[in-house]
Design a binder for this molecule. Structure first.
Ligand code: NAP
Length: 255
């Protein structure tokens, strides 16, 4: 395991809760220094930093709305300043949102634009900043990017949140094209498609009971945990996946 200034640096967007927080914990345990981005949950993000530091790890939290390009620039500048230029070796584009369950004829353009701004435009912007730091084309030392898609990208989400499903389908395409652009530049890019995972995201859709209600209908008859998704993310980031790029890994219990 790396220690001190030798630790490689990972930035996890939306790292304050859910899958992002589980990824932060697992990464810190495996020797990464971790930059934790969040939108508003400062208390949770700072508590996570203290937890990692108490375990001998290195972490810092950074507030930024990934949908706002100026804030993305400021985020990466702050991460460079805090951890040192040239240390970034990994990005997990995890920040993602849903809106309340609705049919398409009930969706305002403003709602759909916000979903795409966070889930898609934010992922493009963060990936751009990471490539500018990690790609050998730009003088970097290489690295890996993992994008959070969803099984909804392929299954759709008719009647619930088709806007979200469409944004995740965009992430699938984006993942493969970015992987091809930087394949010869030391940067691997992969995606994870979680199924039904037990986090707070379902409550944001007004579907607080979704995990409990869906569980008996799922192939493994249970939802997944944030930790199970984090395990897949960490594998894709690791050298064990050194010949894996442009791949989408379903973590969905067969769904
Ligand atoms: P979650 O529990 O709702 O957590 C979302 C995280 O994203 C929080 O840390 C939140 O920060 C952050 N965030 C939201 N908007 C942001 C913004 N504009 N800028 C920066 N950060 C922002 O979600 P989750 O269930 O862990 O989902 C994580 C990822 O997995 C998402 O991309 C989601 O689409 C995907 N996914 C989840 C499931 C599932 O069943 N849970 C299934 C498939 C895919 P604050 O805490 O500050 O609000």
């Amino acid at each position: 395991m790396n220690t001190g200034r030798n630790r490689q640096l990972l930035l996890v967007t939306g790292g304050s809760r859910g899958i992002g927080a589980a990824t932060v914990r697992l990464a810190a345990g495996r020797g990464w220094a971790v930059a934790i981005n969040y939108a508003s949950a400062a208390t949770a993000a700072e508590a996570l930093v203290r937890e990692i530091e108490a375990g001998g790890g290195e972490a810092a939290a950074f507030r930024a709305d990934v949908a706002d390009e100026a804030q993305v620039h400021a985020l990466f500048a702050a991460v460079d300043a805090r951890f040192g230029h040239g240390r970034l070796r990994g990005l997990v584009n995890n920040a993602g949102i849903v809106d309340v369950a609705a049919r398409i004829e009930q969706m305002s353009a403003e709602r759909v634009a916000r979903i795409f701004a966070v889930n898609v435009v934010g992922s493009f912007a963060c990936a751009r900043e990471a490539v500018l730091r990690m790609s050998t084309r730009h003088g970097g030392a290489g690295g890996a990017i993992v994008n959070l898609s969803s099984r909804a990208a392929e299954r759709g989400s008719a009647g619930i949140y088709a806007d979200y499903a469409a944004s995740k389908a965009a992430i699938d395409r984006f993942t493969v094209d970015l992987a091809l652009e930087v394949a010869a530049e030391g940067v691997r890019v992969n995606g994870v498609r979680p199924g039904i995972i037990d986090t707070e995201i379902h409550a944001a859709a007004g579907l607080a009971d979704r995990v409990r209600e869906m569980s008996p209908t799922l192939p493994m008859q249970r939802a997944g945990t944030a930790e199970e998704v984090a395990q897949a993310i960490l594998w894709l980031l690791s050298d064990e996946a050194s010949y894996v790029t442009g791949a989408m890994l379903d973590v969905a219990g067969g769904r």
